[in-house]
Design a protein around this ligand. Structure first.
Ligand code: ADP
Ligand code: MG
Length: 703
């Protein structure tokens, strides 16, 4: 019998929750804190001191020795610098653990080495972390001991955002303000804010750690840079939702426990399409908390894997030829008096507020498709978007039959008189219950799909932070709400004006709606005909950030300044160039030190065999033929290797970040492919005992 887990008891046991605060803080301070959490504003220095002390006491009682301002620089992962609670001892030599309100609220990591895209030169390196009071502090426990982690935003001396969280928080305020204007128009005066909620589904791979350690490509690049396909891939569709193997099951159990303790509502788990691929989804929550929690999910996934002798790969495409991993970003908007703006109800055709919200979203996605695409781009995701299994690189919206029909009626006549209903599901088996089915089937190929009461943005990469996509979603939809409210607040006849506006938006932007198969090649042509952008790679998406359209959007709502956007562009080009550089160098290393030597050794043994067999007077033609083939691959590899080395040299000499990134994409990446091809072909020829690397079969079928 395995131990009984009391989930209710362990849940959030490592979190400084509201309940803990209520227990430990004087009533007036608790009130002040929750007031700031819910309504914004600043904590008084006196209250901050009281909170800091309570937080420290709680943390120390739970074994903490250090605290850290936990933040999310532009690297896409999290950063922390630990400070102990140790203070200066008094005359008697006694030391009392200390933590002040000032230390809680503000930190100043000497963080000049984080990417800032020129926002900070190293001589003006001051960066500050500021407590995000809306995301709860938590305890992280690992070999370092127990650390109190305080979620923070990270800004420069001049207040420019140096992280992913600050713009996200700014965008949440913008959409709240603009969405409130919309709900007020419909008579909802009770709402005081509108919250963007996010539920990120996280896909990942698990492989054996021993094998991982034998693959320099996985270690340095997070993905395999060489590797012939295994005889079996995912074609049998026997892994998706399959029975979870014991070892993986034990991992998932541990992972859930760790996450629950951190207050992450780990909810669903299953095997994904590719062998060795899995998924975890938590219950949705407020966007910034969901983004923080997703970082914890990714981090915990990696940590727990180690305990089980496995490695968790979060890369978007760790193995060629089988599915890659994404992070489906489920997004919705809810008022603080409980109305989900994306809930159509049973009769969406009569739900004017919903139709207006929908029309605004359709308009926003059409206008800013390029930005949305950019928000989901990262180096790894280039292998996924537009490849056969993932959403295409073209943004479109899937509405489903029911809403598409409503939209069609509205565009044609300005009225939606009727609505398709789901009807009963009849299985044809008398002992199975009949139930109401949804009015709409699913469409797995759409990058942006309406799924009942939320939109699911499926493009986001598995390893990426969910901050940028949600910042963009909030910003662009805030803009559409703002423009609609500007018109409607002035209208003499609201009913008429709102109908006209919905019709106008839907008519003007219906080209973005696509309910068909997004994987089909015909869609690419059709999308082009419709004038939808098809941005094929990360580097090509970067400069969408600084078009006049996007600068106007971001500046209008105070989400990014032009300087911040320009710095982000710079950082993205740098990240791209550095990542491909690492991949190229890793390939050069593996080819020179592992694969080519193995081929030489194998050729030698084949040559010896040919000689021996011939000497013995037998026919050596098969071995000789094999030797010839291996030699050909060897020479092809050598040629490609030299070419890659030359490309690398040229790439390194380029000083302009954008130019360099493009060179890596167009030239270096091509050269990498040219090196991979003969190596993978050679792998199919060579004795497995001689091959220096674990194969695809070893890695994804033997976990
Ligand atoms: P599916 O695979 O069917 O899309 P999952 O259960 O894997 O569904 O994940 C759906 C995700 O969407 C979960 O994180 C869930 O909490 C989240 N979600 C559900 N409703 C909403 C909503 N209204 N807003 C945002 N996210 C939501
Ligand atoms: Mg899912």
């Amino acid at each position: 019998m395995s131990e009984v887990i009391n989930v209710e008891e362990i849940f959030a046991s490592k979190v400084f929750t509201r309940a803990t605060m209520k227990e430990r803080l004087p009533k007036n301070v608790y009130k002040e804190v929750t007031n700031v959490m819910d309504r914004g504003g600043e904590l008084s220095p006196a209250a901050a001191d009281v909170v800091a002390k309570a937080m420290k006491d709680w943390a120390v009682e739970n074994g903490a020795t250090h605290y850290t301002h936990w933040f999310q620089p532009l690297t896409g992962i999290t950063a922390e610098k630990h400070d102990s609670f140790v203070s200066h001892p008094d005359e008697s030599g006694k030391m009392i653990m200390d933590f002040s309100g000032k230390e809680l609220i503000k930190g100043e990591p000497d963080a000049s080495s984080f990417p800032s895209g020129g926002l900070r030169a190293t001589f003006e390196a001051r960066g500050y972390t500021a407590w995000d009071i809306t995301s709860p502090a938590f305890l992280k426990e690992d070999a370092t001991g127990v650390i109190l982690c305080i979620p923070t935003a990270f800004c420069s001396y001049k207040g420019e955002a140096l992280d992913k969280k600050t713009p996200l928080l700014r965008s949440m305020e913008a959409i709240s303000e603009q969405a409130l204007r919309i709900v007020r128009l419909f008579g909802n005066d009770g709402a005081t804010k509108v919250v963007a909620s996010v539920g990120p589904e996280q896909e990942y791979f698990l492989i054996d750690r021993e094998k991982y350690l034998k693959r320099p490509d996985l270690i340095f690049a997070g993905r395999t840079l060489f590797g012939a396909p295994a005889p079996k891939g995912q074609e049998m569709e026997d892994h998706y939702f399959g029975t979870i193997r014991e070892r993986v099951g034990a991992y998932m159990k541990d992972l859930n426990i760790e996450l629950w303790k951190l207050g992450v509502t780990a909810k669903t788990q299953h095997n994904e399409v590719a062998p060795a691929q899995h998924e975890l989804a938590p219950i949705y929550e407020t966007a910034n908390i969901a983004v923080d929690h997703n970082q914890l999910v990714m981090e915990t996934m990696k940590k727990v894997a180690g305990r089980h002798g496995m490695t968790c790969l979060l890369h978007e495409k760790p193995f060629a030829g089988v599915n890659g991993s994404g992070k489906h970003n489920n997004w919705s908007l809810t008022t603080d008096n409980g109305v989900n703006l994306l809930d159509p109800g049973d009769t969406p055709n009569e739900n004017i507020q919903f139709l207006l919200v929908l029309a605004c979203i359709i308009k926003a996605v059409d206008i800013h498709a390029d930005l949305l695409r950019q928000s989901a781009s990262d180096v790894g995701n280039d292998h996924r978007l537009g490849a056969n299994e993932a959403p295409p690189a073209i943004i479109s919206i899937f509405l489903g039959e029911q809403l598409e029909d409503v939209v069609r009626q509205l565009v044609e006549t300005g009225e939606a008189a009727h609505v398709l209903q789901g009807g009963k599901l009849d299985t044809g088996v008398s002992t199975l219950p009949d139930f109401e089915k949804d009015a709409t089937d699913r469409n797995r190929t759409s990058p942006f799909a309406f799924t009942g009461n939320k939109f699911e943005f499926r493009m986001v990469g598995s390893a990426d932070s969910a901050a940028s996509p949600n910042t963009i979603l909030n910003a662009m939809i805030a803009e559409a709400f703002c423009e609609a409210a500007d018109v409607l607040e002035k209208a003499d006849d609201f009913e008429l004006a709102v109908h006209d506006l919905i019709k106008e938006y839907l008519t003007d932007h219906q080209r973005i709606i696509f309910n068909g198969n997004g994987y089909a090649p015909e869609w690419v042509a059709e999308a082009e005909r419709r004038g939808l952008p098809n941005i094929k790679s990360m580097v090509e998406a970067v400069d969408t950030l600084t078009t006049e359209k996007s600068v106007k959007l971001f500046e209008k709502f105070g989400i990014f300044t032009r300087a911040e956007l320009e710095s982000r562009e710079e950082v993205l080009y740098e990240i791209y160039a550095k990542s491909i550089n690492i991949e190229a160098l890793t390939m050069i290393d593996m080819a020179s030190k592992q694969i080519i030597p193995a081929l030489i050794k194998y050729s030698k043994s084949l040559a010896d065999t040919v000689i021996a067999v011939k000497e013995a007077g037998a026919d050596a033609s098969v071995t000789a033929g094999l030797l010839k083939e291996v030699s050909e691959k060897l020479s092809a590899m050598k040629t490609a290797l030299v070419k890659l080395e030359e490309a690398e040299e040229k790439a390194n000499a380029i000083t302009n970040a954008k130019e360099q990134a493009f060179y890596y994409k167009d030239v270096v990446k091509e050269a990498m492919e040219e090196l991979r091809t003969p190596a993978d072909e050679a792998e199919m020829l060579v004795d497995k005992k001689v091959w220096p690397l674990p194969t695809y079969g070893d890695m994804i079928f033997e976990v």
